[in-house]
Design a binder for this molecule. Structure first.
Ligand code: PEP
Ligand code: MN
Length: 362
């Protein structure tokens, strides 16, 4: 990260600030608290890409003056999102130090190319967030468009991916996508945005630690002096002092001895931990479905154990497992353990409802 001339060259490089610029006073308060927390790069969204209309869409270019004030009064570098040429020109005129391209913009090669073309001859760092869909090619393509310009210092930001199903994350991280980007572009600075992945502040430190364990270069985190009053993304923003403790508590491990990326025992072990975590996420989702089936069986007076269905599950599992080089014995044991847990979940549902019924009758 040294060549960026930002921070002290040590991981993690941290960009922090509110989701949106709201008022000049609010921004200055947050900025001053962030300086006390040791942050030197300030973020705030002026033009907010909202998925649905009617939500706060940002203060627009009038917030540029507030960014200039943050910059001159705190000495921090300032960073904002641009999504079109109008934003870009206004940001450059105002002396914004760093730009980021939002997830919805990265997903659109026309929009990316327009910004790239308008940046010809301009030397400014640009961070490119992953597209909202988990497509490593689309992300790589947007980065290549900027690299083709030759002038800008480019970085990437992993902010998770939209999902249709319910998940504990607002945007599930699907770590295999940034891992693939890192494999393709090992020298590219890669930050993680745990705020938009999590959607709530409780998950921020775990996600940040994972990013560090995967050798990400830094973090972009939303921080607001009073998150409960924030005009956008209030659940995921943290106060600067909590950000300070989050950063203090991160364990920053050595990359590796030989300095080569991707092959060390440490990195392979991290990858295993992520995959294990994903297995648990999938098991949790499976148990949610199991519970719905439990309610259905109860309503329809069906037995919990359905031997024919269970035989089918095992047969399909063994066959699909063999295609994946997983032994018959292993699949049998694995599915038996899953089945036991499913039966116990459904038994709890039946019992709980029986108790409810009893109480209702009393
Ligand atoms: C943001 O950083 O505030 C933002 C809108 O992010 P994303 O493009 O990742 O949704
Ligand atoms: Mn946000």
């Amino acid at each position: 990260m040294h060549e960026w001339g930002l921070g002290n060259g040590k991981r993690p490089l941290v960009i922090a600030g509110p989701c949106s610029a709201e008022t000049s006073t609010r921004m200055m308060t947050t900025a001053n608290e962030l300086v006390s927390a040791g942050i030197s790069i300030f973020r705030a969204g002026l033009w907010k890409p909202r998925t649905r209309p009617g939500l706060f869409e940002g203060v627009g270019s009038k917030g540029l003056k507030w960014m200039q004030k943050v910059k001159s009064e705190t000495g921090m570098k300032v960073c904002t999102e641009v999504a079109n040429i109008k934003h870009l020109e206004a940001a450059l005129d105002a002396g914004i130090d760093i730009l980021w391209i939002g997830a919805r913009t990265t997903a659109n090669p026309f929009a990316v190319q327009e910004i790239v073309d308008a940046l010809k001859g301009v030397d400014i760092p640009v961070f490119i967030k992953n597209p909202i869909n988990p497509d490593a090619d689309l992300w790589t393509g947007a980065i290549e468009r900027f690299q083709g310009n030759g002038m800008c210092k480019i970085g990437a930001v992993h902010r998770g991916f939209s999902a249709y199903e319910n998940s504990m994350y607002r945007n599930p991280p699907m770590w295999q996508v940034p891992i693939e980007l890192k494999r393709r572009m090992p020298e590219l600075p890669l930050l993680c945005d745990p705020s938009h992945i999590a959607g709530n502040r409780e998950l921020l430190s775990g996600i940040s630690q994972k990013a560090m364990d995967l050798n990400f270069d830094g973090l972009m985190i939303e921080s607001h002096h009073n998150p409960d009053e924030a005009w956008s993304d209030k659940q995921q923003q943290i106060v600067p002092v909590d950000l300070y403790y989050l950063l203090q508590n991160l364990v920053i491990r050595q990359v590796n001895l030989a300095g080569d990326h991707g092959n060390t025992l440490e990195e392979l072990r991290s990858e295993i931990s992520f995959l294990d975590d994903e297995l648990l996420d999938i098991l949790q989702k499976r148990m949610e479905v199991v519970k719905s089936i439990g309610h259905f069986k109860k309503q329809n007076n069906m037995t919990i154990l359905q031997p024919k269905r269970w035989e089918e599950v095992i047969d399909t599992g063994v066959k699909n497992g063999e295609d994946r080089e997983l032994s018959h014995r292993f699949i049998n044991n694995l599915f038996k353990a899953i089945h036991d847990e499913s039966i116990s979940k459904q038994t709890n549902i039946m019992n709980a409802e029986e108790q409810d019924n009893k109480l209702n009758m009393e």
